[in-house]
Design a protein around this ligand. Sequence first.
Ligand code: NOJ
Length: 525
Amino acid sequence: MSSFLWWQRGIVYQIYPRSFMDSNGDGTGDLVGILSRLNYLEWLGVEAIWISPIFPSPMADFGYDVSDYTDVHPLFGTRDDLDRLVEAAHARNIRVLLDYVPNHTSDQHPWFVESRRSRADPRRDWYLWHAGRENGSPPNNWLSVFGGSAWEWDAPTREFYYHAYLKEQPDLNWRNPEVRAAMLDVLRFWFERGIDGFRIDALRQVFKDVELRDNLPNPGWTPSQPPYESLLPVHSTDQPELLELVAEFRDLADAYPERVLIGELWLPIERLVAYYGVGGRGLHLPFNFHLILSAWNPREIAALIHTYEAALPAGAWPNWVLGNHDRQRVASRVGAPQARVAAMLLLTLRGTPTLYQGDEIGMQDVPIPPEAVQDPVEWRLPGLGRGRDPERTPMQWDDSPNAGFSQVRPWLPLAADYQSVNVAAQKSDTRSMLSLYRRLIELRRASPALSVGSYHQLYVDDTTLVFERDAGDQRRVVALNLSADERALPDAVGSLPVILSTHLDRAAEPATVLRPHEGVLLDSR
Ligand code: NOJ
């Protein structure tokens, strides 16, 4: 196990900083708040935290519109607070990852303010400007992920600029060597300050076709899907030059000991795994979101694991994700009882798990009344359920007013059930979701088979998935019942002793049946 690195052995915990812990009573979370909860994260057993953007930002997209890459937004604190947090985390053997947003800046970033000033400005070419077609329409049919054309008309300079997301998030021109140099300096800046790695935002968007060719229609699209998906983004994403850039990121990271690069890449598996790079000059972990996208049934999940494992290039380390700040919470998607089975799956698969804050207590999506909506996506894509506020509500720490998150009313509403669903209550309940997560993390960390062992599927049918993890002479079997009915265990594993049940009410006895929504970890030596 010792030949594996921390980011292979351990668990990454995603912190959405606005909603983790508010230390100064303004209703929004901050860095000192995170610092004050490090004991909890240490107790939970996570290896690293990834903090979503904390940089200065007008907050059009809640920090994913950065106006200064090397400072901290006063809402979250100061650079000194960050230094203190990193130091305190390191003292507990917890690594700290930041979010790196290379595709776009804020429209308030000085680079864009200058670029927008005139066509002759030296920074003009730092962004993607175009005069459009002769009839006055945008240069092509490319769409913004958040709805509408991706081209915004700038009347004073009579050109369009490109924005893959909001118009407040203009895309950088990565073919400009000065942009490249300035943005690589950002990575260096934070590595020098002791940051252990980055989650790289919207990576597939970074290069676009030089000829700006139209994207192709998606024949499978229906109006219940976001308009962005009506086109296949073949010319606006996942371009060949991106791999060269990723290799450069990797060389830079490799100049520092044990740093990690995780990439946000919504891509089919065969394209995703390309970002491990050639000869180790790629991402350490191209985020694998396919459990979020898969139907929740054993056959599809088994096929996904098989396809993914088979596609991994030699030496590539797998990873799995069940949720994040952009997607419906897993407990809402699969239901509260099944969320325990999902937890066991995430923490027993081969590969680094990333855990989204609050999933460990089974937080659900919180309904947001119209007057409380914050996410611009809710307004821009109405009726599609794509607004992201429901999965971004404040962490539920205890049953006090404002859930122990803040002294005042938080920026987003709290879950109605926070008085019963919270960290404090679940810590003292030996059968809670939190107790399950903690046990699973503890068992995973202590077991070579679970943390770094090989994966073999043993059995699958319409309700049940059984697999084994092996390392040396240690063998662990995981049997998951994805249904609401009792299921018999296949004979081959039916007499193995239980190490852990997701119900947290049996151990040591041989398991012969799986109860409804039950997963078990079995010892098979
Ligand atoms: C992906 C981030 O996770 C999301 O929250 C953000 O809106 C977009 N990238 C744009 O930066």
